[in-house]
Design a protein around this ligand. Sequence first.
Ligand code: NAP
Length: 235
Amino acid sequence: MTVLVLGGTAEARELAAALGTVAELSLAGATQKPLSLPHRIGGFGGANGLAAYLSTKGYNGVIDATHPFAAQMSRNAYEATLSLNMPLLRLERPPWPSKAAWKNVPDMLGAAKATPAAASVFLSIGSQSLGPFLQRDDIWCLTRSIEPPVQAPPIGEVLLERPPFTLAHELALMQHHNISHLVSKNAGGEATYAKIRAANTLGIQVIMVKRPQLPEALTVETVAEAVKWVENLGE
Ligand code: NAP
């Protein structure tokens, strides 16, 4: 019994460790120094490439444990497993419950539109999602990511940091930069929630990007449930 675990999250790392030799962990290669030692790195070449890979390797199932905003990989996993009639499980942490004070927006373009001129913005959205902010020369941006962005917004600073972050750290950071707006993806989980708590404490406007819509798939929220799913695969 072997499964392919599509990673890029702490949960995928924990799951691969829990499953041991039963699993192959796959990473996109987006991070230069990944925390886990992956079994393989790099794309498969779309849904067809993934389907070919899965059948060549003779896997019994796929666990999509990618980040909730890695929509392309999740769609590819859905299509590839459907075409092979192979079991698919999605391991996905629940989103943060919406707060009345947040401005919820459907995507990053919506986030940029919701950001007013003259704002001091904390962009905590990773290095790949900055597009709609790159032409904004009317706002000051603190851009935080693990990897350096290829291009950053024209005015502001880039901060390279890896989660988890403490509340004290986030409070000090936002106060130091006199932040007025926080832009965040609704990633869920504890590792990056301190920024939301800090923004609430300081009265900073939170602009929250909703998760992308994904095809319906069997979904669990915890590593333990995913391990159980693998144990039951052969039955
Ligand atoms: P994406 O847009 O959904 O995927 C783009 C392409 O990257 C996929 O089509 C696939 O290439 C390749 N890919 C993605 N995840 C892969 C994996 N686990 N193993 C092998 N190939 C993978 O993903 P993304 O948003 O660029 O994110 C890239 C990685 O960073 C993901 O693994 C994700 O879990 C992680 N991550 C993303 C975010 C975020 O906010 N998007 C945040 C934290 C971590 P092919 O089509 O060639 O197979």
